[in-house]
Design a binder for this molecule. Structure first.
Ligand code: ADP
Ligand code: MG
Length: 410
């Protein structure tokens, strides 16, 4: 083990009183922008059960209600005392449950705001009974440090298996992911960061769990009306008015732009952001997660990872526009009151069909080999996920009913 990792592990064990009696740290399994995750053995587990079944256990896990730290100030006040933020008296149901032997300990960086940390823990708590969502066992705080304890879920690196997935394998994978999303969306929660590293999948057992609610939020919180939620006729007249009242647009990039700047939540991961996120829609919905799943499916079908590889939002928009073409991008922008103009020669008016993109990236253009019947069903599903207009994009529940995901029913 790397000495720096060793030092960090020592520090973690020293920061929480009694840590060494409860957990034995094994190794670091993840390091991201907002946290470091370790695998550990729970030394107080009740029964060792190698065949621990998450799907069944998820129902039984019940975390006690969170005692929230409502504000920064309150969090600071409490920081000297033990500051366990949860009421940890086990419920009777909890006493009966079987604990997993291994846990994932997610140490959330102290640079994250208390508000953000609380948001993640609270959402996980609200989602504790959802199938395919990794449940929260408990959480601890010591001064400014917070750790979340989750059952450890064995998983493989996406890069190791995505190239070998048949359409049926893909359908089973996505069925599991959409089962989680359906439950999350039913509670009006947007995950906001759907991508392979946040969906832990175990190919041998074909089970997956959704993790990382660090960017998740409730639909409607913080949103302001956007044109995309108006009727098409209302939207058209508003757009027309806006064009007449502002000076006629000049060619080229606007200097001294007097238009009010738009603010919208753009959190997420490059390459997985939905077009409405790039167009700074102020009324984003759970459909942004569906787009991200579409990007995962496109990755699997085209055998290219990462499929999109943009450095920023403008590049991301260029990548999407290259596929969908100027005409459809312009219509997509107008939904949110945005003008889409470009003189980049590689962005054609009509773009390319998704079928062509897949055939091209799997080197089948020259051979003349087409898509298999199963791939055609997958392609139809893909086009429903990568629909530029969020209101027309498939929902998680509709997805579970689609012929493609039905292929994933054993
Ligand atoms: P971050 O906010 O830093 O991205 P995540 O919650 O996504 O944190 O966790 C980062 C990584 O840690 C994941 O990609 C995964 O490899 C690993 N991990 C997280 N939770 C678990 C878990 N319950 N079981 C096993 N590994 C996990
Ligand atoms: Mg993550």
């Amino acid at each position: 083990v790397d000495t720096n990792v060793q030092i960090d592990m020592e520090k973690l064990q020293d920061s929480f009183p009694g840590f060494r009696h409860k957990y034995r740290l094994i190794k670091r399994i993840g390091e991201g922008t907002f946290s470091t995750v370790y695998k550990a053995e729970d030394l107080q587990y009740e029964h060792y059960d190698n065949t621990w079944d998450l799907e069944k256990e998820t129902e039984k896990w019940s975390t006690p209600p969170l005692k929230s730290f409502d504000s920064h100030e309150e969090a600071k006040d409490q920081h000297i005392r033990h500051a366990l933020q949860l009421d940890r008296l086990p419920t009777r149901q909890q006493q009966r449950r079987r604990k997993p032997k291994f846990v994932a300990i997610k140490k959330i960086y102290v640079t994250s705001s208390p508000h953000r940390i609380l948001n993640e823990l609270e959402l996980l708590h609200d989602l504790r009974n959802c199938q395919s969502v990794c449940p929260l066992i408990t959480a601890f705080r010591a001064t400014d440090q917070v750790i979340a304890i989750l059952p450890y879920f064995r998983h493989a690196d996406f890069r190791e298996y995505y190239r070998n997935m048949s359409p049926t394998d893909t359908a089973i994978y996505l069925r599991s992911l959409f089962t989680a999303l359906s439950a999350v969306h039913a509670q009006g929660i947007l995950h906001r960061d759907i991508k392979p590293t946040n969906f832990l999948y175990d190919p041998p057992t074909r089970r997956g769990v959704l993790v990382d609610f660090g960017l998740a939020e409730r639909e409607g919180v913080d949103s302001k009306p956007c044109l995309c939620h108006d009727d098409a006729s209302v939207r058209k007249s508003r757009l027309r008015n806006a064009l007449h009242t502002s000076a006629a647009p000049h060619a080229g990039y606007p200097k001294n732009d007097t238009r009010p700047s738009r603010r919208a939540n753009r959190a997420g991961t490059r390459g997985f952001r939905a077009p409405e996120v790039l167009f700074k829609c102020t009324e984003q919905t759970t459909k942004i997660d569906i787009w991200s799943v579409g990007v995962i499916l496109l990755t699997i079908m085209s055998r290219r990872f990462p499929f999109f590889n943009s450095a920023d939002d403008v590049e991301a928009m260029i990548e999407i526009a290259t596929i969908f073409g100027q005409k459809r991008m312009r219509a997509a922008g107008q939904l949110h009151g945005c003008m889409f103009e470009t003189n980049i020669p590689t962005i054609g008016a009509a773009g390319f069909s998704l079928e062509r993109i897949i055939l091209w990236s799997t080197c089948r253009i020259d051979t003349g080999e087409g898509l298999s019947d199963d791939e055609k069903i997958a392609l139809d599903f893909l086009s429903r996920c990568l629909e530029l207009d969020p209101s027309r994009r498939i929902s998680a529940d509709e997805a579970l009913d689609h012929e493609f995901l039905r292929m994933g029913l054993d």
